[in-house]
Design a protein around this ligand. Structure first.
Ligand code: PGA
Length: 258
């Protein structure tokens, strides 16, 4: 019922030329990928070029952040209508690097989620606990609070469009992923809370796992019934690795290659 999704977060990597080459590599490898939606999220500076490179392919374009206002005196910021104008259909919101390195709080994330939905962008809402919170037994409370505040303004009839990426902070960029069972457990809890808040619409919300996903580790996440795909950082900078991850998610088979 839910179409699986793999999103590549290129973070602060790639010049325009490099982004073109990477996008072309992904496009050529995934021309026939059925069974999963695919989105790549280059830096703002490469969105236009990657949009041109992907034109006519099923791979969608996403941004890594968005401001909550549609225009105004916000030096350096980028708004949802600007992203939509470039052909974006997704936007990452509340990534842990923005929360922890750039001071983004739950309230800011809430406004960004609302702005994305108001301008027809699908928000990929990132949540996850730090190592300290995990060791203190606070994973559930932290994740629940993050999602609750971020979705407070989401009307029930739009809730089904949401994508939630569970990304334990200690697993991001560390080469130390969570286990499939851990990701599946938190995804199951998320589904339960989403049902409480949004009723039936919760069944349509896609829940991704993110944090050191590679072609070698994706299998155990893809096998979890409540995990609908992955948000991939480092491995999305390698077209081959990214295509293999998409393939594993689309087919739930981690042994094959596109
Ligand atoms: P990683 O990053 O795959 O490099 O751990 C994931 C993310 O930050 O979304």
């Amino acid at each position: 019922m839910r179409t699986r999704l793999v999103a590549g977060n290129w973070k602060m990597h790639t010049t325009v030329r490099e982004a073109h080459d990477l996008a072309a590599g992904v496009r050529d490898r995934l021309a026939a990928a059925d069974g999963a939606d695919v989105v790549v999220c280059p830096p703002f500076t490469a969105l236009a070029e990657v949009g041109r490179t992907l034109a006519g392919s099923p791979i969608e374009l996403g941004a890594q952040d968005v401001h909550w206002e549609s225009h105004g005196a916000f030096t350096g910021e980028i708004s949802a209508p600007m992203l939509w104008d470039l052909g974006c259909t997704y936007v990452i919101v509340g990534h842990s690097e923005r929360r922890h390195l750039l001071g983004e709080d739950d309230e800011t994330v809430r406004r960004k989620v609302a702005a994305a939905l108001a301008h027809e962008l699908i928000p990929i809402l990132c949540v996850g606990e730090s190592l300290e919170e995990r060791d203190g037994g606070r994973t559930e409370r932290v994740v629940q609070t993050q999602v609750r505040i971020a979705t407070l303004d989401v009307p029930p009839d739009q809730a089904g469009q949401l994508v939630i990426a569970y990304e334990p902070v200690w697993a991001i960029g560390t080469g130390r992923p969570a286990t499939g069972a851990e990701a599946g457990r938190v995804a199951g809890l998320l589904r339960g809370w989403l049902r409480e808040w949004f009723g039936e619409a919760a069944e349509a919300i896609r829940i991704l796992y993110g944090g050191s996903v590679t072609p070698e580790t994706i299998g155990e996440f893809a096998a979890q019934p409540e995990v609908d795909g992955a948000l991939v950082g480092g491995a999305s900078l390698d077209a081959d690795a990214f295509a293999r991850i998409v393939w594993a998610v689309a087919t739930k088979d981690s042994s094959g290659a596109p």
